[in-house]
Design a protein around this ligand. Structure first.
Ligand code: FAD
Ligand code: FES
Length: 280
């Protein structure tokens, strides 16, 4: 059991969940995740640790409402309990002095990139943060991210924040950054599979190491079930214990796309049944 300290909607479809979890807060590192169950009937789902406060003993995650479990989470209130909140899981991000690093984030990745950007900045890197949102009003945690970034770029699909009238996308933004110089030494990209694979393709011709945080379906999160199998450099990996961060240039993206869709029909059925039962 873990107590919800707060659950607030940050922008449409995106919620912050702060949970009392002193042990996890004491041991958390950038890049790690937790497994949560919204209630006794829910599946276990992984969420990235977006922030933590060791003194207060709390851990914060940001989630998008996409299906049954995340919709259940979005109904939780301060004081409620969740039956499962375990972590920290996964390998922490590699934090070293690389030089100029780009932290690219979209959807929940805007929050997931935050502890990585903070740690890279504290390590003496020049941090350029690039965030992707469909429109400016969907951006959250701008102040937090600006505080740990030397440069902050907002890429919107409607072109509003970019100062042009042309829609653009984070991978194109990344391409422009690389072309303009100075040299980018490393990129970390977190968000939907498309965003991460597009960022990896943008950096591939330039040989810039690009780390992606894969989000395959996970069941136990501890390397026992095999659900999160993926392939990196021709080798089988389990994202929950060998990752979730991998070399974006070595990931078999077709496999990631295919495996993420494995239960699509069941997920839609589950959501319809739950909505019917909950809202009539
Ligand atoms: C390491 C990791 C960290 C993640 N961090 C975040 C985060 O910080 N914030 C966030 O919003 N999302 C995060 N995700 C994705 C999140 O786990 C899924 O959005 C969530 O499980 C969807 O559950 P659902 O029941 O609401 O949706 P469903 O309708 O069940 O599924 C919608 C889609 O979500 C994916 N999904 C479903 N079940 C799982 C599962 N058990 N594990 C992984 N993906 C699943 C599938 O691609 C599916 O098509 C992360 C995933 C991984 C693997
Ligand atoms: S989630 Fe079961 S092996 Fe990774």
């Amino acid at each position: 059991m873990a107590k919800i300290l707060q659950r607030i909607r940050l922008v449409p479809n995106v919620h912050l969940l702060e949970v009392e979890a002193p042990e996890i807060a004491r041991r958390a590192a950038p890049g790690q995740f937790i497994m949560i169950m919204a209630d006794e009937q829910s599946e276990r789902i992984p969420l990235t640790i977006a922030d933590w406060d060791a003194e207060k003993g709390s851990v914060s995650c940001i989630f998008l409402t996409v299906g049954t479990s995340t919709r259940k989470l979005a109904l939780l209130q301060a004081g409620d309990d969740v039956p499962v909140f375990v972590g920290p899981l996964g390998k922490p991000s590699e934090i070293k002095t690389f030089g100029t690093v780009v932290c690219a984030g979209g959807c929940f990745g805007i929050a997931a990139i935050y502890p990585i950007a903070r740690a890279l900045k504290a390590q003496g890197n020049k941090v350029i943060t690039v965030v992707d949102v469909k429109a400016r009003y969907l951006l959250y945690w701008e102040d937090k991210l600006r505080r740990v970034s030397d440069r902050f770029i907002i890429s919107t699909r409607d072109g509003e924040a970019g100062g042009t009238n042309e829609p653009h996308y984070i991978a194109a933004e990344l391409g422009r950054l690389i072309a303009a110089g100075p040299r980018v030494d490393r990129v970390t990209a977190i968000g939907c599979t498309y965003l991460m694979s597009a960022c990896a393709e943008a950096t591939r011709p330039h040989g810039i190491k690009t780390v992606v945080s894969l989000n395959p379906i996970m069941v136990d999160g501890t390397g026992m079930c095999g659900a999160c199998r993926c392939t990196e450099g021709g080798k089988t990996r389990f994202a929950c214990v060998d990752g979730p961060e991998f070399d974006g240039h070595a990931v078999d993206w077709e496999e990631v796309y295919a495996r993420r869709k494995s239960y699509f029909d069941d997920e839609v059925r589950s959501l319809c049944a739950w909505e019917e039962k909950t809202f009539g």
